[in-house]
Design a protein around this ligand. Structure first.
Ligand code: ADP
Ligand code: MG
Length: 253
């Protein structure tokens, strides 16, 4: 059996591999008093690609920001077997690549090359290694020709690809992508879906794009009101009309 096929089968057996993301009973309140996470527990296995859905305000972005310690609530977060403590923070930040919903929050250097090189340079890697990583990351997202372009002149779809390249160049093992297909035109969305399908990484992807969920993710987690309200096989969740309606989700066919 080809290895890739074997891996796909293992991927489909939820939880059969050791969890690489482990969140237990996580609570978080913003400084203004808003309770954004109210006891979230979930696990993502190594190599698994999981969709995170739910209405606006459900807590999806807040949860994602906990995965590399940009926010720290009460409860337990473990990544790659390391608990998220101050001591492990640099290691965990190297493992988890956060891609924000708005690429303008991620791209701040003059050129695409500089943006993708920023992380590896910061890690203190030699120039030749940085160059290699940037080239590989840009090739992965189909943006090799754009290295010398100005990041802020790119289209939204191109910016999203470059934002993904900034975490690939860090050699991230886990991608946390916040609404990656939002605001993309059909062609850019289609190419993003192809990219996510091909990247052999563990992924947690928040989205309102239920068609993408159906196409790409074997497993879906539904959040609402700062909690996980459903977690399971995507086909089963998408067939549960009452569940979808109760949490403001709509599968347009
Ligand atoms: N910076 C913030 N300050 C105060 N409340 C916030 C902030 N960001 C988000 N919230 C609130 O936290 C809750 C969860 O928001 P969020 O994680 O952004 O949800 P989602 O990504 O699912 O739309 C919402 O009630 C939202 O209004
Ligand atoms: Mg959000």
């Amino acid at each position: 059996m080809p290895i890739q096929h074997a891996e796909t089968i293992i991927d489909n057996l939820n939880g059969s591999r050791p969890a690489t993301v482990h969140v237990a009973n996580l609570h978080f309140r913003y400084p203004d008093g808003t309770l954004a996470l109210n006891g979230v527990s979930l696990q993502v296995a190594h190599g698994e690609k999981v969709a995170l859905v739910g209405p606006n305000g459900a807590g999806k972005s807040t949860l994602m920001l906990h995965l590399n310690g940009l926010l720290q609530g009460e409860g337990n977060v473990e990544v790659g077997g390391l608990s998220l403590t101050k001591e492990h923070l640099p290691l965990i930040r190297g493992k988890v690549g956060m891609v924000f919903q708005n690429p303008d929050d991620q791209l701040f250097s003059p050129t695409v090359f500089d943006d993708v090189a920023f992380g590896p340079l910061h890690m203190g890697l030699p120039e030749e290694e940085v160059r290699k990583r940037v080239q590989n990351a840009l090739a992965h997202v189909g943006m090799s020709d754009a290295a010398s372009r100005l990041s802020h002149h790119l289209s939204i779809g191109q910016k999203k690809r470059v934002a993904i390249a900034t975490v690939l160049s860090m050699d991230a093992e886990i991608l946390a992508l916040d609404e990656p297909s939002a605001g993309l035109d059909p062609r850019a969305r289609r190419s993003l879906i192809g990219l996510l399908r091909e990247l052999p990484l563990t992924m947690l992807v928040s989205t309102h794009d239920m068609m993408m969920v159906r196409e790409l993710f074997a497993r879906t987690i539904v959040m609402d009101g700062g909690r996980v309200v459903a977690d399971g096989d995507t086909a089963t969740i998408l067939a549960d009309q009452a569940l979808l309606e109760a949490h403001g989700l709509e599968l347009m066919v």
